[in-house]
Ligand binder design. Structure first.
Ligand SMILES: Nc1ncnc2c1ncn2[C@@H]1O[C@H](COP(=O)(O)OP(=O)(O)O)[C@@H](O)[C@H]1O
Ligand SMILES: [Mg+2]
Length: 351
């Protein structure tokens, strides 16, 4: 199902949690809503789901109005599945009973055989077929979250709303559950709206990322565009590590520092041009020892990371983060020059 969100504003008393948010979500799309705690992600998701009414603005599906300040299609009529951070399982119900539960409502028109088949498929999809008689107390955290996923998809919703579903899991499990969620997206074809404050989750799974700050949209783009062409300082630094080099823009060249380096064929958004900043990802820098063009600096810290080495370089009053290949070993205290490599993310527009 596609959704059109127009001029959504949500106020709690004097506080504006969402401020004039407009976007369209495509049918079958995996959209991640990304932003720091308190920026309005859950509020937006709850309004999309019909759990909360907007103060102003509308949510539509095609031309059909779903939500406005004085109209609301009830949650149970919206054909959606929800997965939360807390697994919200009942201790007295088995895996299978949890998954069958959404099918037991009066509105579900499936025959008993169809219900069984739907539950079988959902349980199989999350890899719990051998555990369907277990109770939540007999499951690990990851397995509980799988039950919550199976329960969310069993009624074949056209929209799946997920609010930080992996944040209670440990690091390794998070990564494997990402694959699980991607598979569910492929298998069900449902539109997924996935709230997270974890940029790597958003980058790795989403078709597009909606970056939010203080109730407003900062950027809505594909992961590649968000990474390679951040539109705002916040988008650049929140989504991943990003250096902001001070200097001056002249058309499509950037004069770094006090004429220390020139980045040819560079581009950046209006915000960066107005602020006299150029966003440079850590792997876009290279470290040079010979004197010449580049930001002069001192290696302050080196961290071996297996595939890469991460350096902290001090240049003037600024600290820069640089990722190099593992063969480029410079000792702490070494005086070096930081150059921007010729391949410039800013001019790559292919997504
Ligand atoms: N029911 C509520 N009453 C008052 N303030 C609320 C309510 N729900 C959320 N807020 C406030 O709105 C802001 C956004 O909340 P939320 O959407 O939960 O943020 P996020 O999910 O991005 O962490 C927060 O400052 C929060 O305190
Ligand atoms: Mg939240």
């Amino acid at each position: 199902m596609s959704l059109k969100i127009e001029h959504l504003t949500k106020k709690f008393g004097d506080f504006t949690a969402l401020n004039d948010v407009s976007l369209e979500i495509r049918d079958g799309e995996f959209l991640a809503i990304l932003g720091p705690s308190g920026c309005g992600k859950t509020t937006l998701l709850r309004i999309i789901g019909g759990f909360e009414a907007p103060t102003e603005g509308t949510v539509k599906s095609g031309d059909e109005l779903l939500s406005s300040s004085d109209f609301n299609v009830p949650v149970e009529k919206r054909n959606l599945g929800m997965v939360f951070q807390s697994f919200a399982l009942w201790p007295h119900m088995t895996v299978r009973e949890h998954v069958e539960f959404p099918l037991d409502s009066k509105r579900c028109t499936m025959t008993p055989a169809e219900k069984k088949e739907a539950a079988d498929k959902a349980i199989e999809a999350v890899g719990l077929s051998t555990m369907e008689k277990r109770y939540p107390g007999e499951l690990s955290g990851g397995q509980k979250q799988r039950v919550a996923l199976a329960r969310a998809i069993v009624a074949k919703p056209s929209i799946l709303l997920m609010d930080e579903p992996l944040s209670a899991l440990d690091a390794e499990l998070k990564i494997s559950m990402r694959r699980e969620i991607q598979n569910i997206h492929k298998m069900t074809g449902a539109t997924i709206i996935y709230v997270t404050h974890d940029q790597s989750e958003a980058l790795s799974m989403a078709d597009r990322i909606l970056i939010m700050k203080n109730g407003k949209i900062e950027q809505l783009d594909t992961p590649q565009q968000v990474y390679c062409n951040p539109q705002t300082e916040f988008a650049a630094t929140f989504v991943s590590k990003c250096n902001l080099v001070r200097g001056k823009w002249e058309e499509n060249r950037f004069i770094a520092g006090d004429n220390l380096d020139v980045y040819e064929n560079a581009s950046a958004s209006r915000e960066f041009i107005l602020k006299g900043l150029c966003p440079v990802r850590p792997e876009e820098f290279e470290i040079r020892q010979e004197e010449g063009r580049g930001l002069p600096g001192t290696i302050m810290n080196r961290q071996y990371n297996g595939r890469e080495i991460h350096y902290t370089v001090k240049s003037g009053n600024n600290l820069y983060t640089v990722y190099t290949g593992q063969d480029q070993v410079y000792p702490e205290g070494e005086m070096i020059y930081l150059r921007k490599k010729a391949n410039d993310y800013g001019v790559k527009t292919a997504s």
